[in-house]
Design a protein around this ligand. Structure first.
Ligand SMILES: [Zn+2]
Length: 406
């Protein structure tokens, strides 16, 4: 079992009468961390102290006496300083410049003994009484981190840091989920979902035959946004400037939303087909193939791969990138493999040798998966029975078809 950790920010409603206790806790926590950092620091990495137990022995009693922090908060402050000193140690060891950690911000690190999570509120240890603070959650949590991680019991709330910004209190909560890896070193076979990304037509097509997202709609919206921004820029007024900002934010949110739908679709296909791996073409090679891709399209592809990597981790699925030769020209049907530039005509793929007709992007996605398996076999990674996930079944590296149970 491996744990996947996500961080969620939640705003807290701390009653006015408790602000002074919380603010005092920030200050004492800062002093405690600083005291430990002062003690451990040296610009000679051989003399810098970063070990928690050594820092504890040398500073604990002093910090307890100098502050009213409870023992667990003193330990959290020491751990924070130890981490900072550890970072300094690494830098000094690599002959990089660094200086003694200076703690200036409003931060308190909470752990299981100093924070308690309840359905609609949290309780926090402070220098005074324990403080109860309600969560300020969005009214509509659809497609937000709250829907995915906060209200889902599979994600356990762990450590948190409390921050203060512009007079408001925010809790950054680490949530963790145990993930059963789909494969480990003891299993030899892998099942690969191949993904083909495109700047027109469907954004993503998988080797299982899922056609996801509308690239033309994305491009069209982007053009409309650019035109409107251009017109507003010519106007040049202050209100035009504000409008540019707001339509820019709206467009960014809209497109990210669309790309999430695509990456969720890719993950769904991988999970439903028991895939251990998702394979993409390496972006560098996509840009060779699509030489006129816009900055926006390049961003969109990077964003999809980033989102998929992030979400795949939660399912124990690994993401690989491959440098496929001739993905669009090679026939992916059975053992054919015939490769010719005339096999493809726009969206249509028709093999000049075996006559198989396929959607061109679907054919390319199958080749991405195939290339991934070929790479494994060549590198002798032992996945002798590796398979490509294909529509209604899987095909192994030799082209033998296994009917799917689905
Ligand atoms: Zn063929």
């Amino acid at each position: 079992m491996a744990g996947v950790v996500r961080n969620i920010q939640v705003k807290l409603n701390i009653p006015e009468e408790h602000h002074s206790d919380v603010d005092e806790t920030f200050e004492e926590f800062r002093q405690a961390s600083q005291h430990v950092a002062d003690h451990g620091w040296s610009d000679d990495p051989d003399h810098l102290v970063k070990a928690k137990n050594k820092l504890h022995d040398a500073t604990y009693t002093e910090v307890r006496e100098a502050t009213t922090l409870q023992s667990s908060l003193v330990q959290s402050a020491r751990n924070l300083a130890a981490t900072a000193l550890g970072n300094c140690h690494d830098l000094l060891n690599n002959d990089k410049n660094t200086s003694k950690p200076e703690f200036r911000g409003s931060v308190v690190v909470y752990n299981g003994r100093t924070i308690t999570y309840n359905d609609d509120h949290v309780t926090l240890a402070t220098t005074g009484d324990r403080v109860t603070a309600e969560y300020v959650l969005p009214h509509d949590d659809e497609d937000t981190p709250f829907e995915e991680y906060w209200n889902d019991d599979e994600w356990e709330k762990r450590e948190a840091t409390l921050h203060k910004r512009d007079g408001e209190y925010y809790l950054h909560v680490a949530v963790e989920k145990d993930v059963e890896p789909v494969t480990d070193d003891s299993t030899e076979n892998g099942v690969v979902l191949g993904v083909d990304l495109n700047v027109d037509g469907y954004v993503a097509v998988t080797s299982t035959g899922a056609f996801l997202g509308n690239a033309d709609e994305l491009n069209h919206k982007r053009d409309a946004y650019e035109r409107r921004r251009g017109n507003l820029q010519q106007t040049g007024t202050r209100s035009a400037h504000i409008t540019i900002q707001s339509i820019g934010d709206r467009f960014a949110e809209w497109s990210r939303h669309r790309l999430h739908a695509v990456s969720n679709g890719i993950i769904r296909e991988a999970v439903e087909n028991d895939c251990t791996h998702i394979a993409f073409e390496r972006l560098k090679y996509i840009w060779t193939r699509i030489s006129n891709a816009s900055k926006f399209q390049q961003w969109a592809f990077r964003e999809i791969q980033r989102q998929v990597e992030y979400k795949a981790e939660e399912h124990g699925i690994e993401v690989e990138t491959v440098a496929p030769q001739y993905t669009s020209q090679r026939c992916s049907h059975g053992e054919c493999g015939f490769t010719h530039e005339d096999n493809r005509d726009g969206d249509e793929f028709e093999c000049l040798k075996c006559g198989k007709e396929l959607h061109a992007d679907y054919n390319a996605a199958r080749n991405v998966a195939w290339r991934c398996v070929q790479n494994w076999l060549k590198s002798g990674s032992g996945r002798a029975t590796s398979q490509l996930a294909l529509k209604s079944g899987t095909v192994n590296a030799n082209g033998d078809f296994n009917a799917s149970a689905v």
